[in-house]
Ligand binder design. Structure first.
Ligand code: NOJ
Length: 553
């Protein structure tokens, strides 16, 4: 007989409390031996992902791309990059994932395209004044001969946000805007063709069964058309290109488009904004469904900071009736096993803390505790591939093998994001650790550390206490735990402010001890799961850096 909870689960859209696993296609599994991951490699491992217990897969871009920014420079949304496979492979992957009960989320990059996109090639070929140029931000330069950029905006990846073009007759021409790499020209969203094309791309993937989209750099597509210099001393709003009010019109149209499908498709925003009120605007009932919680990711492993960000998250989401998300890592940030082992365990793009000492044993212990804490909070949860294997940031990649444009555009002062993108170790005792077949023609596109021999999925499979076993156990428990489905959440009073204790529905209790001292367990509870395998509830105390899930009778 169906219970009230079953019915609630059926009525609640999947994305409200889903666990979504991020697949970074280049680094997941290489089936053809070229050292780069591909869709066949993912298809072969779909049973692994279903067995892990996640609900959905989000794919970083798999489209045709020169890979100047690892696929976030899209040349054609309707084709798969040949390094990854074919459209037929993507369609088969979607069907096979659905058959295993996994939803699919694809990545859409509205702020920019590749400089190899046909629109940009045409705009360059046509020269100044052509209609094709209005799809982008072309402007004459400043200075007597136009030799200076049109304004002082800086690229997120370092250096100026403008690159000068050469006219078809060989003379120096206009400049174009790129808030990221020069190979990623920004689109002009005031042009209706840009809007229509993106809506057509959404339909293309929704018609092929995609259950949702992750929206890249979602605060950036709208620009001040006057393109003024950026005055850091000016009042923070309106910013000339971040979080402008008119960006919301894009997502209102997308929401209407997504809702026209049955079942409705989900919109998930990459919204890096410090202001919780402005953040929540993206989650109003007629905009996106959810957005990544980067405040939580940025937070240090510190009880006061975590308590503050949890409260701020719950209240900002409640203000618009949205479901929160909880994120620890992704393909742009230092892996949290490494972060949590540092004296300063916070993350900030400007403070990547490369080569800062870290204690990986401590970071791993905290990563386990952090998983149980985050999975117990109300809302959705993101897992970045390799988290479940306990992978750490690879910090010793030789400079000449580094690929990230951030490394190259900052002259190496910012080491970039390669360290979290190293291909996954699946099996065996030496690189490529089953990432590529034994017959591979090429080494993995980034080198794997020899120490990953103990981290392979094969080495951890079925091993009590391994990170993989822990993830599988926690995800299975979470899925079966009715108290975790609803949005109920209440802090429990505790004597020590370094202990985070809260309850959800049905007597479920989560206790995370971030204090250096053992914390007393609440009376009359029994243990469901502990992040520390050696934890013995009979002691009545929880060791430091440990989280437990408990139930009250
Ligand atoms: C955010 C993506 O996550 C990142 O990887 C990419 O470089 C930028 N957006 C530009 O698309």
């Amino acid at each position: 007989m169906a219970t009230a909870n079953d019915t609630a689960a059926q009525q609640s859209p999947w994305w409200r409390d889903a666990v979504i696993y991020q697949v970074y296609p280049r680094s997941f599994a290489d089936s053809d031996g070229d050292g780069v991951g591909d869709l066949t490699g993912v298809r072969e491992r779909l049973p692994y992902l279903a067995g892990l217990g996640v609900d959905a897969l989000w794919f970083s871009p798999w489209y045709a791309s020169p890979q100047a920014d690892a696929g976030y420079d899209v040349a054609d949304y309707r084709r798969i990059d040949p390094a990854f496979g074919t459209l037929a492979d993507a369609e088969a992957l979607i069907a096979e994932a659905h058959a295993l009960g996994l939803k699919i989320v694809v990545d859409i990059v509205p702020n920019h395209v590749s400089d190899r996109h046909p629109w940009f090639r045409e705009a360059l070929a046509c020269g100044p004044g052509a209609e094709a140029r209005d799809l982008f931000w072309f402007r004459p330069g400043r200075g007597p001969a136009g030799e200076l950029p049109p304004n002082d905006w800086q690229s997120v990846f370092g250096g100026p946000a403008w690159t000068r073009t050469t006219n078809p007759d060989g003379t120096p021409g206009e400049w174009y805007l790129h808030l990221f790499a020069p190979e990623q020209p920004d689109l002009n969203w005031n042009n209706t063709k840009v809007r229509e094309e993106h809506e057509s791309v959404l339909r293309f993937w929704f018609d092929r069964g995609a259950d949702g989209v992750r929206i890249d750099s979602a605060t950036m597509p709208a620009k001040d058309p006057a393109l003024p210099d950026f005055d850091p001393a000016a009042p923070p709003l309106p910013h000339p290109y971040i979080d402008r009010d008119d960006v919301h019109g894009i997502y209102r149209s997308w929401r209407a488009l997504a809702e026209a499908y049955s079942p409705p498709r989900a919109l998930i925003g990459e919204v890096w904004l410090a202001d919780p009120v402005r953040f929540a605007h993206y989650l109003r009932p007629d905009e996106m469904h959810t957005a990544f919680n980067f405040d939580y990711l940025n937070s240090p492993w510190d009880p006061a900071a975590l308590r503050t960000v949890i409260d701020a998250t719950l209240s900002s989401h409640a203000s618009v009736g949205a479901s929160p998300t909880w994120v620890l890592s992704n393909h742009d940030v230092t892996r949290h096993v490494t972060r949590y082992g540092r004296a300063d365990s916070s993350f900030g793009h400007a403070l990547r803390q490369h080569r800062t000492p870290t204690n990986l044993a401590l970071g791993t212990r905290r990563a386990r505790a952090a998983l149980l804490l985050a999975l117990a909070l109300p809302g959705g949860h993101y897992i970045y591939q390799g988290e479940e294997l306990g992978l750490w940031e690879v910090e010793d990649i030789p400079d000449d093998l580094r690929q990230d444009p951030i490394f190259h555009r900052t002259g190496g002062t910012d080491v970039g994001r390669d360290g979290c993108r190293v291909p996954l170790p699946w099996s065996g005792d030496r690189p490529p650790f089953g990432f590529s077949p034994d017959t591979a023609q090429a080494a993995p596109w980034l080198p794997q550390p020899a120490q990953w021999a103990s981290c392979t999925a094969e080495a951890q499979d079925g091993r009590p206490g391994s990170m993989l076993t822990f993830y599988r156990t926690a995800l299975a428990l979470r899925r079966g735990e009715p108290g975790l489905r609803a949005l109920d959440f209440r802090w429990l009073p505790v004597d020590d402010p370094a202990v985070l204790a809260f309850t959800r529905a049905d007597g479920f209790v989560c206790l995370a001890n971030l204090s250096p001292a053992p914390a007393p367990l609440p009376p009359d509870t029994h243990l469901l799961l502990a992040s520390d395998v050696d934890f013995d509830p009979a002691t009545g105390h929880l060791p430091p850096d440990t989280t437990v899930w408990l139930r009250r009778p």
